[in-house]
Design a protein. Structure first.
Length: 335
């Protein structure tokens, strides 16, 4: 099959490049970020590293939605939740009957937007436990050894068809290690719940996943957030694909062993002055609980705390908040 990636960022590059390089498939890339487009066109491809080493140029076809003329069998969508509606609107003229769409974006909110353009039996969603960093325009770093990480995928109808199974074969050939499920919300929410711990906490404290895991109370913090999330899901009739204990162990293992040097994508957004997706992760869990008169106090607090951190970051960047001089503070304490 032919693929086209909408959103040539960290994950979009990883999926597209691996499908092109490992599986030998035809892949096009579409993006709306001008610096990224300019860099790729100037250098005739994207620079790809693995764990900060072996940086090399991979030729790719990248263009804007308005320039694209291809007709892929499957669209792969990796766009930030808050940008998705606008990007899909720019791509709407490219969507045709018979095409499938796959997305493994972080958070929740994208499915409803994709349903505006694709029928449920042509919509495949998933999760990706695959760490990748966008160093800058046209420059991506795959974290972990070749074949590291795994993903889940599921039809919106929960009934996998021939095309979905062909996608599984292609993703397998690309070393993405897909697992096909038949539990839509339970699959997607498993990643949301996972991210509600590591993405948010690592971002607020500016630490890698491995550094978070070294804190003696890390598993207790994980369990408190996860218990609230599972309680909210159960009230909504969502049966997650992992038990509570399995999820606690997954957070610990991925943080300590799988990706200990990785800063989650939320931290990458926060550290570059961009809005975070906390409303689509912890905020989504909090709203799910409120829907059933169950207050997820920790997730509501963490959501506010993340927005407070964003607000203070932006005020400091604008120069409207005075930053303390450490030397002056030391002198005051001595006095």
């Amino acid at each position: 099959m032919k693929y086209a990636v909408i959103g040539a960022g960290a994950m979009g590059y990883r999926y597209g490049v691996l499908l092109q390089e490992k599986a030998g498939l035809s892949v096009d890339f579409i993006d709306t970020w001008t610096p990224n487009l300019d860099a790729v066109h100037a250098q005739h491809g994207v620079y790809v590293s693995r764990d900060h080493e072996n940086r090399h140029l991979v030729p790719i076809r990248l263009c804007t939605p308005e320039e694209y003329t291809g007709d892929p069998d499957v669209w792969i969508v990796f766009v930030k939740q808050m940008q998705l509606a606008g990007v899909l609107k720019r791509c709407a003229h490219l969507f045709r009957p018979g095409q499938y769409v796959f997305s493994a974006m972080n958070g929740m909110g994208h499915v409803e937007k994709l349903q505006e353009y694709f029928a449920d039996d042509h919509l495949v969603a998933g999760t990706a436990m695959i760490a990748t960093v966008l160093n800058g325009p046209g420059d991506v770093d795959f974290i972990g050894a070749s074949g590291a990480g795994h993903m889940h995928m599921v039809n919106r109808t929960e009934k996998p068809d021939a095309t979905t199974r062909a996608m599984v074969e292609d993703f397998t050939a690309a070393n993405l290690n897909p697992v096909l499920t038949e539990n839509f919300m339970g699959t997607l929410m498993a990643k949301v719940v996972f991210n509600s711990v590591v993405n948010t906490l690592c971002t607020m404290f500016g630490v890698t996943m491995g550094e978070f895991a070294t804190y003696p109370g890390a598993q207790d913090m994980s369990r408190m957030l996860l218990d609230e999330a599972y309680d909210a899901c159960e009230r909504d009739g969502i049966q997650l694909i992992e038990t509570r204990q399995e999820c606690v162990e997954s957070v610990d293992f991925v943080s300590r062993v799988g990706n200990p040097l990785h800063y989650p994508s939320m931290y990458q957004d926060f550290s570059h002055g961009r809005p975070t997706e906390v409303d689509y992760i912890n905020g989504y869990i909090a709203r799910l609980g409120r829907k059933h008169d169950y207050i997820c106090r920790l997730h509501e607090f963490v959501t506010h705390q993340m927005h407070l951190a964003e607000a203070m970051r932006d005020l400091k960047a604008a120069g409207t908040v005075e930053q303390e001089d450490p030397a002056r503070m030391g002198a005051q304490q001595a006095a």
